[in-house]
Unconditional design. Structure first.
Length: 350
């Protein structure tokens, strides 16, 4: 037996979204059924819905930033109860037995983490994401939304929040550390807020000065327009840590030159082309180029609690289900300030 719910799905790569019906499974003993309130639009949703990464399966219901209310729990569930406000992020299952899972890094599960959508679960059934009325998720992969949180603004933290929080913590962002955030879009604006709350001296490195007032309001101490003449010379060797939130099209060698001795650039974007860095951007000052991909469940909860304590939410535009196609275009063109979140109450029956 299954439950039929309304959802937004795209039938093929790049096609417009349609209101369809999804079948959500009946609860297993360790499952939680969530009535979705908000679903965030992540740029990775757009890449996959448009078939830009390869390996996509259609029809596709994207969405891995999910906030809603528990409406049913399985017999073995003790961590959540009906009425709880909860969240679901980028993945919905893993083996929970391998070394990575036991270390709290389920995203690196050796048996393969199960993505929230466009994937196949261990039961060989396809996964479908948060652009829908309900989702059923194994309880381990459901996190608690702190009391009193702004639900729409919290929704993007399930991806953008943990994607930026994890490397900031791992590479020691805090008092006495200089952090540069490359790009101030959906990821970057959250990175600025979190890095500032951690106590770091934060600089925004954006192509133009168009977002300067916002960047300073979000907690940055400095804002630099990288198209300005001489900026790379002026800032050479200035930073301990750079977070690259931009996908395609930045001169990595130039940005690597902004790192001081032992500095690290962490790449968070997923460009379509290869990342290329010259050896002498790395060797002379023991600089590093690293990558990072979200975080495990324990750290995701830690991030949500930290953000609640410091009054951090994403800056969002709440939209209706019939605006998703238009907002995909706006996200790509950089016209959203700064994340789009779907109010799933606007979903109607197919």
């Amino acid at each position: 037996m299954t439950t039929t719910v309304s959802a937004l799905s795209t039938p093929s790569a790049g096609a417009a979204f349609e209101t369809t019906e999804l079948e959500r499974r009946d609860l297993r003993a360790d499952d939680v059924r969530i009535a979705i309130r908000y679903a965030g639009i992540c740029h990775s949703d757009i890449h996959q819905a448009r078939g830009e990464w390869g390996g996509e399966t259609f029809p596709m219901t994207p969405g891995h930033e999910i906030v809603g209310e528990v409406v049913e729990v399985g017999d073995a569930v003790t961590r959540h109860q009906v009425g709880d406000v909860v969240g679901v992020g980028c993945f919905v299952d893993s083996c929970l037995e391998c070394e990575a899972c036991k270390d709290g890094e389920e995203q690196f599960c050796s048996q393969g983490v199960v993505q929230t959508y466009n994937d196949t679960g261990y039961d060989d059934q396809p996964t479908h994401g948060g652009y829908s009325q309900q989702v059923v998720v194994r309880d381990h992969f459901v996190v608690r939304i702190p009391d009193g949180a702004d639900l729409a603004g919290t929704t993007p933290l399930l991806c953008a929040g943990i994607t930026t929080y994890a490397p900031l913590v791992r590479y020691g962002a805090g008092p006495g550390r200089k952090v540069g955030v490359i790009g101030m879009g959906g990821l970057g604006h959250v990175a600025v807020k979190i890095a500032a709350a951690l106590g770091a001296e934060v600089s925004v490195l954006s192509r133009t000065a168009a977002k300067q007032d916002d960047g300073l309001a979000f907690g940055a101490t400095h804002y630099h327009a990288t198209e300005d003449e001489g900026v790379f010379d002026d800032l050479a060797g200035s930073f301990d840590l750079l977070l690259n939130t931009v996908g395609d099209g930045i001169p990595l060698d130039s940005f690597m030159g902004l790192l001081g001795r032992g500095g690290t650039m962490v790449n968070l974007g997923a460009p379509s082309d290869k990342l290329e860095v010259g050896a002498f951007s790395l060797l002379p000052f023991r600089r590093s180029l690293a990558g990072s991909m979200v975080g495990g469940l324990e750290q995701t909860q830690e991030m949500l609690d930290f953000c609640a304590e410091h009054d951090i939410v994403a800056t969002v535009e709440v939209i209706s289900a019939d605006q998703v196609d238009d907002y995909y275009e706006k996200v790509v063109s950089g016209d959203v300030r700064y994340r789009a979140v779907i109010d799933t109450a606007t979903l109607t029956g197919a």
